[in-house]
Design a protein around this ligand. Structure first.
Ligand code: 6PG
Length: 471
């Protein structure tokens, strides 16, 4: 048997993706640097073994795939990818395609594209979202690279991706780094979504004194409404789970220090590079960094006393919490899509925003119904359009913003931290303020640095009569 495709890296994501490919009827060759892992994977593959060729050397692996060979790398991002490409290069032939399916930095993907350009080898940077279950049964797949290379692997990818109402959650999004860039922004939005949910949980826990088992049904209830999404669903599940060892709610014994592998941070950095405000993502990244300062936080709590005053629990507050999450979510998604729109222009990708929203509706971590509304909003709209001014979202935001305002105000007064929600509110308030306060900034800049300013009543660059001179 000759394999149709190959995969290197049988970690959790790689093994699951390989099984998914085999299950969809595509013969696949697999290789892992630690060969015992390859054996164990093959043993465990059961009846799918007939579609899998386990290989113990890179040479054997390459020979097992029918040329021109598509080879998926599902290995750690960074140097390992460069090393793997170098090791493969002498074994590959003209037209073979190397597909990096890890969480790569899109700048690395662009560089690798450039390095392989003209060598006869092709490179695809492919974002894969959905965790291990997604990889096994249908992830959301964001592809970047030459469209012709994508076309050659399209059928396999369409077959293994998640389906939303019969539509595959997989698309070619643009040249070189487009797929990995979109995956990065997906993760940035994921961070913002998760942080805002955690802030609402914090208000319930520290402001309202609710036990996890009382908060779980609230989230589960919201999951039936406009907030319906995978992240809200798993929030209810996590809050409702007991630790097997102690019998306590598991969330009460998990240390409050969040990890981060980098993609959220890259989103914030890219937003800053592009000069596009993404305050929700930035606040979420900063909140993870603050969470890591466990010792410092404990020391500061001793210095200041614990914050958080009991809030009065009433039905209205719980309703406001739901509205606050909705409004915060709208702002964060508006920011994420604005960053993609800016990057699309900067990198000449022509990113299809409605298509991106569509392929995020199933399979990925931020999957939700809400993304259908976003897809509709961008359909036919100008790429530069901010979601906040699309009629469907104006209507939602008009209703939800008052709840967000009350929640942020009450949380601030009670000393409960809500960095992502409050940044969403400030973003919204600044975005909808026709006349802002940057006129003063311009006055200050001109005063101390003669940077000049524009006037509202005539065109040109002007200086103020400050009466100061460097001479
Ligand atoms: C996904 C996830 C996945 C992974 C993140 C988590 O879309 O399937 O985003 O890519 O879970 O890398 O990132 P952190 O470790 O930074 O939270």
């Amino acid at each position: 048997m000759e394999a149709e495709i190959g995969l290197i890296g049988l970690g959790t994501m790689g093994s699951n993706l390989a099984l998914n490919i085999a299950e969809k009827g595509h013969d696949i060759a697999v290789f892992n640097r630690t060969t015992s892992k390859t054996g164990a994977f093959f043993e465990a593959a059961g009846e799918l073994r007939s579609n899998i060729i386990p290989c113990t050397s890179l040479e054997e692996f390459v020979q097992a795939i029918r040329p021109p060979r598509p080879i998926i790398l599902m290995i750690n991002a960074g140097q390992p990818v460069d090393d793997q490409i170098e090791a493969l290069k002498p074994l590959l032939s003209h037209d073979d395609i190397v597909i990096d399916a890890g969480n790569a930095n899109f700048r690395d993907t662009m560089r690798r594209n450039g390095v392989l350009d003209g060598t006869g080898l092709n490179f695809i940077g492919m974002g894969v979202s959905g965790g291990e279950v997604g990889a096994r049964h249908g992830p959301s797949i964001m592809v970047g690279g030459a469209e012709a290379s994508y076309k050659r692997i399209e059928q396999v990818l369409l077959d293994i991706s998640a389906q939303y109402e019969g539509q595959a959650c997989c698309a070619w999004l643009g040249e070189n780094g487009a797929g990995h860039f979109v995956k990065t922004i997906h993760n940035g939005i994921e961070y913002a979504d998760m942080q805002m949910i955690a802030e609402i949980y914090g208000i319930m826990r520290d402001g309202l004194g609710m036990a996890p088992k009382d908060t779980a049904p609230v989230f589960a209830g919201w999951n039936e409404g406009r907030l319906n999404s995978y992240l809200i669903e798993i929030t209810a599940a996590v809050l409702d789970t007991e630790d097997a060892e102690t019998g306590k709610p598991i969330v009460d014994i998990i240390l409050d220090r969040a990890g981060q592998k980098g993609t959220g941070r890259w989103s914030a950095i890219e937003a800053q590079q592009l000069g596009i405000p993404a305050t929700g993502i930035e606040a979420a990244v900063a909140a993870r960094s603050l969470s890591a300062l466990k010792d410092e936080r404990e020391a500061a709590e001793k210095a200041y006393g614990s914050l958080g005053e009991a809030l009065k629990r009433d039905a209205a507050l719980l309703e406001d919490l739901e509205l606050a999450l909705l409004a915060g979510k709208i702002a964060a998604y508006a920011q994420g899509f604005a960053v993609m729109s800016g990057a699309s222009a900067d990198y000449n990708w022509n990113l299809p925003l409605p298509e991106i929203a569509r392929i995020w509706r199933a399979g990925c971590i931020i999957r939700s119904q809400f993304l259908s509304t976003i897809a509709d909003a961008f359909e036919g709209a100008d790429k530069e359009t901010n979601l906040l001014v699309v009629p469907a979202f104006v209507e939602m935001m008009r209703e939800a913003q008052a709840g967000l305002r009350r929640v942020v105000a009450r949380a601030a007064a009670a000393g409960l931290p809500v960095p992502a929600l409050s940044s969403a509110l400030s973003y919204f308030d600044m975005y909808r303020q026709g006349r802002g306060t940057a006129n003063l900034i311009q006055g200050q800049r001109d005063y101390f640095g003669a940077h000049s300013f524009e006037r509202i009543d005539k065109p040109g660059a002007f200086h103020g009569p400050w009466g100061i001179s460097a001479i």
